[in-house]
Design a protein around this ligand. Structure first.
Ligand SMILES: [Fe+2]
Length: 276
């Protein structure tokens, strides 16, 4: 993948977004949210790629996967007026279909085309399949980290504002009550991911996002969690309890332990120890 191809794909993406513009201003806010999100994910993917020491071609590939990862969101919203996959379609699979049906990647070798399509299709699965080609795994893990980091950025930016004024899709339509569900808190205590189907309140959604920290793949991503105060910003928006403090402490310890393990002397050179 060279720079010229990346520039062409960026123009294709802009045209694709234009094509999915919607008349209603509230709906258009949701479309623009995904456009801005895509730019954020591209920036994060570039930072992770740099932190991992990837070469120029692999870095461009990571950027293109980030650019296309949510391409399915646009037709999803136009057709169903929602970003909730459970009420519409799996947006990652739809994105992979868009890339194939429109033959967007026709200029690339077959292996690269299929790698991009697979990474896009897998970017939102709950757990990655255990058997994956090394390169597909690497790029899927990069886009998954980059995606989470940008969702935290968007969400943290919204937290200071009344949820009633958020773009309608941002809070998944969950009620902004003071409660968190015991089931969701228990998953966090076990350091496990939270399933979307178990969400009852907006606080549950914040907890689900905190649990993503346990799913991060690379040390550059963990560093960004610290830099951007992700744990502090999300927990500050949930009513304080002892259980929440414990959850926040566990998360901080987990991030610090992984960063310390990475920095510890006697470890393999940086590229090799980025992953758990
Ligand atoms: Fe997505």
């Amino acid at each position: 993948m060279d720079n010229e191809s990346v520039a062409q794909y960026r123009s294709w993406f802009s045209r694709f977004v234009e094509e999915h513009a919607v008349g209603n201003e509230l709906d258009q806010q949701n479309i623009l949210l995904k456009k801005t999100h895509t730019a954020g994910v591209c920036g994060n993917a570039l930072r992770i790629a740099a932190g991992l020491g990837l070469d120029a071609a692999a870095t461009s590939l990571a950027e293109v996967i980030a650019l296309f990862h949510d391409v399915g969101r646009f037709p999803q919203y136009v057709r169903y007026q929602t970003f909730e996959d459970s009420r519409s379609v799996n947006h990652a699979v739809l994105g992979a279909k868009v890339l194939l049906e429109r033959n967007v990647l026709r200029g690339l070798p077959v292996w690269e085309r299929s790698l991009i399509v697979r990474a896009v299709a897998l970017h939102n699965v709950f757990i990655l399949p255990s058997r994956l080609d090394d390169e597909v795994r690497l790029h899927t893990e990069i886009v998954r980290d980059a995606d989470k980091l940008d969702i935290w950025r968007i969400f943290a930016g919204l937290l200071g504002r009344n949820p009633a004024a958020w773009p309608s899709a941002a809070g998944l339509g969950l009620p902004d009550t003071r409660e968190s569900s015991p089931e969701v808190l228990a998953s966090l205590e076990r350091r496990e991911m939270v399933r979307l189907t178990s969400l009852r309140t907006l606080n549950d959604f914040k907890l689900l996002q905190l649990a993503w920290i346990y799913d991060l793949n690379f040390t550059p991503s963990l560093r960004m969690v610290i830099e951007r105060s992700v744990i502090e910003r999300l927990t500050a928006s949930i009513p304080p309890t002892d259980e929440l403090s414990r959850i926040a402490r566990n998360l901080r310890n987990y991030v610090n332990e992984r960063l310390d393990a990475h920095a510890a002397p006697g470890q393999a050179p940086s590229e090799a120890v980025q992953r758990p």
